[in-house]
Structure formats: C-alpha cells, structure tokens
Design a protein around this ligand. Structure first.
Ligand code: MGD
Ligand code: MGD
Ligand code: SF4
Ligand code: MO
Length: 580
C-alpha cells in the first residue's frame, strides 16, 4: 500500500506529522516530529470506540440517529438549544458544526477550560499573544520549564534542548526536573511572588537589560516599587524557594539566550493572568523579546493568521459554569464535560435537568453514559481535515486514509442538518482549500501558516504605545487553612485528558502517612472523591496530585472563572483528606 501523510488530531502542543503506511501509524521523519510519536498514537487503534448510534439506550442506525437529531432540533425552541464543543479533536473542520448551530440560532459557548488565564496575562502585558515557536528553543542557551511537563505533554521539545542549561520550576519532581541543572520545587500558586523576586534580584545586581527596557517598556521603576511593596511580607519558605535558588537562576540567565517555556500549570488559578504577566515581566527585564532563541513560549493562538470560513456569530454562554438547565436540548461534540469541566457534580446535575442530551464523540465516558442520543464520530483516519498547532507554525493536511462503516464526520453531519434546515454550506473541498490557502511551503516541503513570525516583537509590542505594560496591582487571596492540602491536577502520560487510559489514584508524599492502596476521601467545598493512594516522593508533602482525566477529580474543583480570560481554574481550592 502506498504511504500517506496526515497529522495527529489531538489537543497537544506537538501536532505531530504522521505517515500511514501498511495500516500502521508511523512518525513523520523531519520537521519537529522527527521520528517518534507518543503512546496515545502508538496505541491509537487499541482503544475501543463507540461503534453504533443509540437512542435512550437502544441501538439504532446512523440514518435513524440523524432523523432523531433533526427531530429534536426541530421541536426545541431555538433559544433552548446549546452547542457545546470541546477539544477532543483539534483540527479546523471540527468547527463546521458551529456554522450550522450559529446560523440556526442556537447558543454556542465561549470561555475556556484550558489556557485562557495565562493568555489574558500575556495580552495585558504585550497587547497580543504571539508565541515563541518550538523551533526557536533550539537556539537558546538556557531553557526554563515553568509549570510545564515536557516528557508528558510536549515530548518533541526534548531533542531540541540537549546540551542546554535546564531550569525547572514545578511543585513536582517531574522527569525533566530530575535531569535539570536546577529544580525549584515551588509551592503551588507561589509563582507570582517568585517571578517578582527574580526580577527584583536581577535589578539589585544590575542585570536588567536597561537598553531594552528603555525602548520597549514603560514604568519599570514603578514596577520595582510595586515588587518591593507586594513581596515585603512574603517569606521565602512560604514560596518554597531559597535565596540561593533565586541567585542561581538569575546568574544562569543574565546575558544568555533564554527560553522560558511555560505551561498551563502556572495559571490554573483565579489570578492566573497576573502570574503569567509577572513571568513575562521577568523576561522583559532580561530583554528576552525580539531576539533569536529568546522569549516566552506558552500556548499560542493556534488559529493565528487563519480566517474562519464559518458563520459563528451567536449568543454564547461560558464553558466553565454552563447553566445546562437553561436549555432543553444540548449537543455535545468532542468533549466530555462531565469529567473535564470544573465542579462536575454541578454540571451533571444541571445537564440531567435538560430534556435531550446529544453526545457526538469517539469514546464512551461519563457524558455518553447519560446522553439520550449518542452519535459516533469518525476517527481522524476516516475523514479529511487540516490542523495547526499552539506551539509551532505548521499547517498540516490530514487526509482521509480509511473507509469505515462506523460513525459520521463532522462535515457529513453538518451537511445533513444544513440540507434539512435549508442553511447554506459550501463543499467540504472548498472549506479545506480555504484553510490550505493560509499556508506557505517551507524549504523542507512542509507547510506552515503564512505571516506568523518566527521571532515576534522585533520592533516592540502590540500595546497602544508599543511598550510592555507591567502589572500594577495584585488580586489574589490565599487560602491559609493549615490542615488542608494544595490540589494540583496536571496531565497524565497515559491519557489525553479523559481519552485513552485514565489514572485512578491520588498521589501523595510518603510523609503524609498513608499506605499504598489505602482508600481516602478527598474533600473540597464543591464535593468529594474516593481514590486509592499512591505514595510518590516527587510530590510535595503539602500537596496532593490527581491527574486530569481521573474519574471524579473535578468533583473537587470550583466552577468560578479566572479574574481575566474567562478560564476555568482547577487549582484554586485546597482540599482535605479523610481516612476511610
Ligand atoms: N499526555 C498528555 N499530553 C497532553 C495532555 C494530556 O492530557 N496528556 N493534554 C493536552 C492539553 S489539553 C494541554 S492544555 C497541555 C498542557 O500541558 P502542560 O502545560 O505541560 O500542563 P500540565 O500537565 O497541566 O501542567 C504542567 C506542570 O505544571 C505543574 N504545576 C502545577 N501547579 C503548578 C504551580 O502552581 N506552579 C508551577 N510552577 N507549576 C505547577 C505540574 O506539576 C506539571 O508538571 O497538554 C496537552 N498534552
Ligand atoms: N482536573 C482537571 N480538569 C481539566 C484539566 C486539568 O488539567 N485538570 N484540563 C482542562 C483542559 S486544559 C482541557 S483542554 C479540557 C479538555 O476537555 P475535553 O475537551 O472534554 O477533552 P477530552 O477529555 O479529551 O474529551 C474529548 C472527547 O472528544 C471526543 N472526540 C475525540 N475525537 C473526536 C472527533 O474526531 N470527533 C468528535 N465528534 N469527537 C471526538 C472523544 O470521545 C472524547 O471523549 O479539560 C480541562 N479539564
Ligand atoms: S498526542 Fe501529541 S505527541 Fe502524541 S502523537 Fe499526538 S501530537 Fe504527537
Ligand atoms: Mo488544554
């Protein structure tokens, strides 16, 4: 069989290129993928999928499922229909359903469960979110992983950082922390203070890039005063760092090409925007923008430089605290809100009060279990699509490679609905061509999104005066309950959020005094979950770790928004542990 090229559809920084040959998924050699995939894709076809549509528990044919869908949409008042789409498949054609639902007059969502708080911090400081692409990291001397776990979530960075000085700031002794030159095992949610202290120390030793600051920032002196005031009462042990660590990091960074690689770990808090902005400010003080191999890498805007061909103007409600019960018919696509939304008991309660829950997805999960109508999707191998990334500039065509009797593609489903309700829709090919038109061919033959800058901010920032805007005020409030634990809930190497092999344990430091396998109840103001303990020396003794995708983890998390960025905040609340 001739081999064909596609790309991994998952919500992941790396957006790997894939060669499909002899019915096997193999890594694309070259580009950033360069020879390896990860366990999700290496075992992709082993995970059981939903193979038949069903209504109220009874198997039906796809044709019957579509009739039923049309009927439910027809009988529900339009303002009582909600379209809730997640990021189970990250490719661009997934949004074609938005076009139908928006034109039809249904409500769509806004807000994010992911990176919105951090992004808001970047926007407030720089006026835009132009990301440092993966490939630039190769040119750095020093790489700081700040709340990012590359072995698990972005393993294609690893070949790029060989031989560099590695600094890790993470409450967990992750794999990268174990091999780093310096690991600061910071207390959760203390990054803002830490960033302020780093900037302050840099300033005290005269390491600030004065020329850069003069040109591209305003109010640095005022910021130094702000730092002095806001960190005056903060003891280093409260942050979980030492003065030696502060000195060492600053010494590593002065006059070096430094990449600060941030992940979502730093911003799962209400003031997540301020945390990100204080880290950006440290980078500003070092003069890290507009230069090769320097900068702050976070989750960029994967749609930067691409104009959507779909009609998406609609009334919108937040994805974070969705009042499902304000609707009669809820259409859920590429998402498992009952596991992945915060305050999942509230979400379940509200969703169960609706009349019709429609689940359009690949796998069985908490949401498919309570759905009235279940419509299986096609996998990325069975449909045409195209994707971009939030960590590099690639634009990757995803060809249909397999015919299958199972499922329906997002385009086919939309095309059926548009026909039934007399809504205009272009051909699938026309949309794919539209997306492709934003690509340019690189010298290695791969496509990337045109006009994205490899090194952004060469001539200043996108704020109104072209200068970086420093943080002026803190909004945080700390939960000082001594008996409670910080809850951190990062990504697992065995699952992609709730897809694939989900974790089952709560990870705790042996000093907490629990036995391996012992069941404990973890309790927060929002709810509780019973999990068995796994002792793990990588976790701080004041912290418990429950991976994203673990059944019940979001019983514990509140459905409040970040102060900026309309984002969920999964680590805001502390928890207590009760022996069973
Ligand atoms: N294998 C795998 N890969 C994935 C995913 C997955 O579920 N599984 N999910 C994908 C998605 S949707 C996303 S958004 C990305 C996210 O990928 P990452 O940005 O790497 O996100 P996390 O794993 O949530 O958090 C990263 C690190 O932050 C640390 N951390 C937690 N709290 C704090 C804190 O207060 N301060 C500091 N400094 N660090 C903290 C955690 O211990 C963790 O090591 O990964 C994508 N890739
Ligand atoms: N506790 C905690 N909660 C979290 C997080 C955390 O770190 N900790 N992370 C948050 C983050 S960053 C994110 S991005 C969200 C992710 O949350 P979700 O977007 O809900 O992601 P998944 O859990 O991966 O579920 C995606 C579903 O998409 C379906 N799917 C996959 N491919 C396709 C397809 O091609 N078509 C269709 N129609 N369906 C498909 C699968 O059936 C799968 O069940 O979770 C958030 N929730
Ligand atoms: S999940 Fe990420 S690392 Fe794994 S194959 Fe897909 S894009 Fe690559
Ligand atoms: Mo995410």
């Amino acid at each position: 069989m001739k081999s064909s090229i596609t790309a991994c559809p998952l919500d992941c920084y790396d957006a790997c290129g894939i060669v499909y040959s002899d019915k096997k998924l193999q890594p694309f050699y070259g580009g950033h993928t360069n020879g390896f995939l990860c366990s999700h894709l290496n075992h992709y076809e082993k995970f059981a999928r939903v193979d038949k549509p069903r209504y109220k528990g009874q198997e039906i044919t796809m044709q019957e499922a579509l009739w039923r869908l049309r009927e439910l949409l027809h009988v529900t008042p339009k303002d009582a229909i909600l379209h809730y789409r997640g990021s189970g498949n990250f490719a661009l054609m997934q949004a074609v359903t938005d076009h139908f639902f928006a034109t039809f007059g249904a409500t769509l969502t806004d807000g994010t469960l992911c990176d919105g708080a951090g992004e808001a911090g970047i926007m407030a400081g720089r006026g835009s979110n132009k990301n440092m692409p993966l490939s630039e990291i190769k040119k750095s001397d020093v790489v700081i992983f700040w709340g990012r776990n590359p072995h698990t979530t972005s393993s294609h960075i690893l070949p790029l950082i060989k031989g560099k000085k590695i600094i890790v700031i993470d409450p967990v002794k992750t794999k990268i922390a174990q091999v780093a030159d310096l690991h600061v095992q910071i207390r959760p949610h203390m990054d803002l203070y830490f960033a302020l202290l780093l900037t302050r120390h840099l300033s005290l030793i005269g390491g600030v890039d004065e020329e850069f600051i003069q040109k591209y920032a305003s109010g640095f002196d005022a910021y130094c005063k702000f730092i002095k005031k806001s960190s005056a009462d903060i003891a280093l042990e409260k942050i979980g760092v030492t003065s030696r660590e502060i000195e060492d990091i600053v010494a590593y960074c002065v006059n070096k090409r430094v990449a600060i690689v941030c992940g979502v770990g730093i911003q799962k808090y209400r003031d997540g925007a301020d945390v990100m902005r204080s880290i950006d400010a440290f980078a500003i003080s070092l003069g890290l923008f507009g230069k090769e191999g320097c900068g702050v890498a976070y989750l960029g805007d994967s749609k930067e430089g691409i104009v959507s061909p779909f009609y998406t103007k609609a009334k919108r409600v937040s994805k974070v605290d969705t009042k499902f019960d304000a609707f009669e018919t809820v259409f859920i696509q590429g998402a498992n809100p009952l596991a992945q939304m915060p305050d999942s008991l509230r979400a379940k309660n509200a969703l169960q009060k609706t009349q019709n829950i429609i689940y359009f997805g690949l796998y069985e999960n908490e949401t498919s279990q309570i759905a009235d109508l279940v419509i299986p999707a096609k996998t990325f191998l069975e449909k045409d699509d195209i994707r971009t990334s939030y960590a590099h500039h690639g634009l990757m065509v995803m060809q249909k490679l397999i015919d299958s009797d199972i499922g329906i593609s997002e385009y086919e489903l939309t095309s059926y609905l548009c026909k039934e309700f007399a809504i205009a829709l272009q051909s699938e090919e026309a949309y794919l061509k539209h997306f492709q038109s934003f690509g340019v061919k690189r010298s290695d033959g791969c496509f990337e999104v045109a006009n994205r800058e490899r090194v952004a901010y060469r001539s200043g920032f996108d704020t109104s005066d072209g200068k970086f805007c420093f943080l002026k005020k803190l909004k945080r409030r700390d939960d000082e309950n001594e008996k409670s634990f910080y809850l951190i809930t990062p990504k697992s190497h065995t699952s992609l959020n709730s897809q694939f092999k989900r974790q089952k344990h709560v990870y705790m430091h042996p000093l907490c005094g629990y036995r391996d396998g012992e069941e404990v109840e973890i309790v927060s103001k929002n709810g509780s979950v019973v999990l068995s303990v796994k002792n793990d020396e990588r976790v701080r003794p004041d912290t418990v770790l429950i991976y994203s995708g673990t059944v019940g983890v979001n019983n514990l998390t509140p459905s409040v928004h970040s102060y900026e960025g309309k984002s969920a905040v999964f680590q805001e609340k502390k928890v207590i542990i009760i022996k069973k």
